[in-house]
Design a protein around this ligand. Sequence first.
Ligand SMILES: *[C@@H]1O[C@H](CO)[C@@H](O)[C@H](O)[C@H]1NC(C)=O
Ligand SMILES: *[C@@H]1O[C@H](CO)[C@@H](O)[C@H](O)[C@H]1NC(C)=O
Ligand SMILES: *[C@@H]1O[C@H](CO)[C@@H](O)[C@H](O)[C@H]1NC(C)=O
Length: 237
Amino acid sequence: MSIFWFITTLLLLHSCTPGVGMDHGIVNGKESIPHSHPYMVYIYDKYTHTACGGFLIKENFVMTAAHCKTNHLKVYLGVNDTNHLPEGIEVNAFSHESFANKPGDDIMLLKLKTPATLNKTVNIIALPKTNKEKISSNCMAMGWGWKEYNEFTPSRVLKEVNLTLLASENCAIPHTLCTKEEAGPAQGDSGGPLVCGNEAVGIVSYCIMDESTSYLTMYTKISHYLTWIHKIMNGFL
Ligand SMILES: *[C@@H]1O[C@H](CO)[C@@H](O)[C@H](O)[C@H]1NC(C)=O
Ligand SMILES: *[C@@H]1O[C@H](CO)[C@@H](O)[C@H](O)[C@H]1NC(C)=O
Ligand SMILES: *[C@@H]1O[C@H](CO)[C@@H](O)[C@H](O)[C@H]1NC(C)=O
């Protein structure tokens, strides 16, 4: 059994490999209609060449995964093709204090030094309002990550895939949501949203590969962190 984060680094190349030649996308997904998910944010560090996804939750805040933290992150709004990026925006990063480079508490907020101007291609997505809210099991994940699990094949255009949420008792650790299908996020999709109903309820975090050909994919459960989120966004930390 191997665990790996979905950040794009070549060191992780040989983990979570289901077999040669499986042409998944954001795995088995399809290309999104350009700009159909205007909250989607591309995150890139040009010094380490690491890429992640994220999502705009306020004019000046992007949510992503804590394991995406590097020193020179910039966020790119309203992206269609990653070969044609707009001007990157600098950020201050607030990763969760309890994140310890292992599964759990994999959540980070990026405060934009220049707030976004919302328009047709740049917009925010709602978060759950309470920890008790019932979560729809019809979900979608999206990203510019690898199209194959075992080969460096990031997608230039955004891809998406429909996924069905598992009951939480099937997830490996608390405060996560999970899916187990022969489809879903791959390298480079970390930090992107799991959208169920019309809300971002999860953050793409990591996956566990077992003997089968499907992946137990784990997402940080956003509603568990609402107090922390509000504290950061109100400037109390
Ligand atoms: C998005 O990018 C793709 C790939 O470069 C291109 O074919 C398409 O025309 C672009 N669409 C828009 C609306 O910019
Ligand atoms: C929306 O805002 C983005 C980023 O600020 C900008 O690149 C884009 O041109 C704007 N789109 C429209 C339709 O105004
Ligand atoms: C994904 O789910 C959405 C909303 O439930 C639906 O409209 C869409 O057709 C589905 N896409 C695929 C490829 O099944």
